[in-house]
Design a protein around this ligand. Structure first.
Ligand SMILES: O=C(CO)[C@@H](O)[C@H](O)COP(=O)(O)O
Length: 235
């Protein structure tokens, strides 16, 4: 165990990833996506079959770069002085099976988890949903914590959807992204739209967006929205 067998470059990348993942954990309470020690963020280490995740059951106030733990893609602890998150096996399964994913986030945010408790997907009735999720936010199967079951449910469900978020039944949202920041963004967005669609439902039946419009919105947001490097005026 330890990082001594890894190159200086990988060790530097591990240090940088630890810092990134520690900072991003602070976003979960900031956006009110978690209570107490619920939830977790992880990110792949570039150029190595490793990822960084938080230690299990440690207060968000006490999460530092040094306290982050490093695991291999089987979820085995490689470096760190504390036990890894209880969801490490789920994160590891996602990294093993989805090579394009560089970051994974899990929260128990209230509205998204309420949809998960009902086992009902969030229908695509908001332009913001079409933008970020490209359609409904799907429900994954019920799965117990600790082995590959949650990871399998995430990968199987995301394989049939453009959504970077899955609501694991009776549990809560898991989100993925090119890096941990993108996965945190999806976690923030999934809670926001779950809340808005829930409120809309109290007022009546939300109006679905036609598929062609969902496709158009998704394409624009994914490819044109924001500061796209290489576009005129953006360096
Ligand atoms: O879903 C669960 C437990 O039900 C976990 O995600 C906890 O919410 C956080 O666990 P640690 O990451 O602190 O082990």
């Amino acid at each position: 165990m330890g990082l001594a067998g890894f190159s200086a470059q990988v060790q530097a990348d591990v240090a940088a990833t630890r810092a990134t993942v520690a900072v991003l954990h602070a976003e979960l309470p900031r956006y009110e996506l978690v209570v107490w020690t619920a939830g977790n963020v992880s990110q792949r280490v570039p150029g190595a079959d490793l990822f960084v995740i938080k230690p299990s059951g440690v207060s968000y106030d006490d999460l530092t770069p040094e306290s982050m733990v490093v695991c291999d893609l089987d979820g085995t602890l490689v470096d760190g002085s504390r036990g890894p998150s209880s969801d490490t096996a789920a994160h590891a399964y996602v990294y093993r099976h989805l090579p394009h994913v560089g970051g994974v986030v899990h929260t128990h945010s209230t509205y998204a988890t309420a949809w998960a408790a009902r086992g009902e997907e969030v229908p695509c009735v908001l332009t913001m949903m079409a933008d970020e999720f490209g359609g409904p936010i799907p429900i994954g199967p019920f799965a117990l914590i600790g082995d590959d079951s949650i990871g399998r449910g995430i990968v199987e469900t995301l394989g049939t959807s453009r959504s970077p978020a899955v609501l694991m039944r009776n549990h809560g949202p898991f989100t993925v992204g090119a890096d941990a920041r993108a996965a945190v963004k999806a976690a923030v967005m999934v809670e926001e739209v779950a809340r808005t669609v829930h409120i809309s439902r109290q007022l009546g039946e939300p109006v679905p967006i036609p598929q062609a419009d969902i496709d158009s919105l998704y394409h624009r947001y994914q490819n044109v929205y924001g500061q796209v490097t290489g576009r005129e005026g953006v360096s």
